[in-house]
Design a protein around this ligand. Sequence first.
Ligand code: ARG
Length: 587
Amino acid sequence: MSVSILQTLSAHLGAAFAAIGLPADYGRVTPSDKTAPFQCNGALAAAKLAKQAPRDIAAQVIAHLKDNTDIAAADIAGPGFINLEPSADLLAKRVRALAGDERVGARVSEVLEKIVIDFGGPNVAKPMHVGHLRSSVIGDSLQRLLRFRGHDVVSDIHLGDWGLQMGHLITELAEEQPDLPYFDAGFADGYPAHSPVTIDDLARLYPVASAKAKDDPARMARSREATSELQAGRAGYRALLDHFIQVSIAALKKDFSALGVHFDLWKGEAAVDPLIPDMIEQFKKDGHTEESDGALIIRVAEDSDKKDLPPLILISRAGAALYATTDLATIKDRRDSLHPDTILYVVDFGQSSHFEQVYRAAGKTGLFPRDKLEHIKFGTVNGKDGKRFRTRAGGVMRLSDLLAQAREAATKRLDEAGLAQDMDAEERAEIARKIGLAAIKFADLQNVRTTNYIFDLERFTAFEGKTGPYLLYAAVRIKSLLRKAEAAGVEPGTIIPAHKSEQRLVLALDSFNRALAASEDKRMPHILCEHVYTLAQAFSKFYADCPVLAAGVPDNVKSSRLALAALTLKQLEIGLDLLGIETPERM
Ligand code: ARG
């Protein structure tokens, strides 16, 4: 596997530093967006050790690079930077290696891990909100990226299926259909296999119950009571819970598959309930717990804390296991059944304290190493009014409605741009679906995930600018070029990067692995977004400057450019796929 241009240059610079008696580390080369594509700042860093002026060191290093055929130019700039221009020969070697590589330059990670990634996290019966959408889009991109980097990844949706909302559902259903056997404490004959409710029933029952409970303490008390009885194992309620979960999972699977997001595991909070008693027993035995105000807690505050971190509540005063309790039991479950090295949680910023408590408790009790539990935080999605995004009707979002809106906006854009006009309705709809999804996903992923952003379908679906549709269009343009070439009998051949724009495109292609590694390192998909966008732009420039199939272009140049285009497409499609974005064949 050939190494990147950056690594090749680093090796040469390192050797040059060594040749003048300085550590080779100073030869580290970095990409640059100034006059030359690369630079080395080692001469400045070495000045103290060498007791020489940086510019003098740089001059000596450069003297050692004179006859190097990989370097076209090495110049001193400013106080002692070395600007580097790779030679056409090095560019050619590298791009040919990339063209022969299945993974177009992407390597696997140096340290391979077993990673559990917890994302999505919708709640049974409660509608999904944009926080769940962001978690799904970011989490899916990370699971794809980490797998591509060679890790053994298991994704888990971690359904919210164990809280008060279950008590609400049970009690509301009991009011509607009191004769169901689930409510008869003496019933012993085995409960029906068929669910007494549909997903629409659940969507209807929950808001009714929660609204009633808000105004009526007695109604709230009934929901709480039912929740406790459920947690204590009342058989009829457990049977109902199983129905609620199954019905919800079936509906969610449809939603998530429309989003193109896949989970390996569909576990939830309820699944780990049986592990809680032993876990708590152990915590008690090891002296990690305390009674406080009738609740059982674990203290997690540390001396160095700048903000007060309240203790984690294992068992509430009312005797209930809480969100943190099921999260700890879930860590135990994952540890014992999956043996992960690292667990990632893709959840919004708002839950930072919760995860800090859970992670500290896990570390303190020896459940799991604190530093191998990572909260992958993200910001909120706002409407144009600056407030948290809601749907047109003002309510919480339904994923299916959101995707329908995106499809509609994409269709409008296709019409405006005069695209996909000669296709049948079915193909057009499929293209609009892909554009809509690309718009939503890319608009989310391209932000540094910790920042907030404004939801604006109009902007997301534009074919110009840093958008998903722009990238799809770039890919489709290359596909169309490849089809034309095939029809004209032009075959891809050896790549000769001669034109400046060809060379810039090669440099963009060369940086793929760097972008992937940095994305993995920081768990930040926007770095990969940046790469695919830069690649698409470099291709655009190349395509404008370097005709491929035009009359008068020599055959070997046609074949070279065609191969370069095909290579770009391959990397672009892999990059987009890692962002969870599918490319249409044409538009
Ligand atoms: N269901 C939770 C919510 O809606 C998100 C779950 C996140 N994952 C976790 N292990 N706590 O807020």
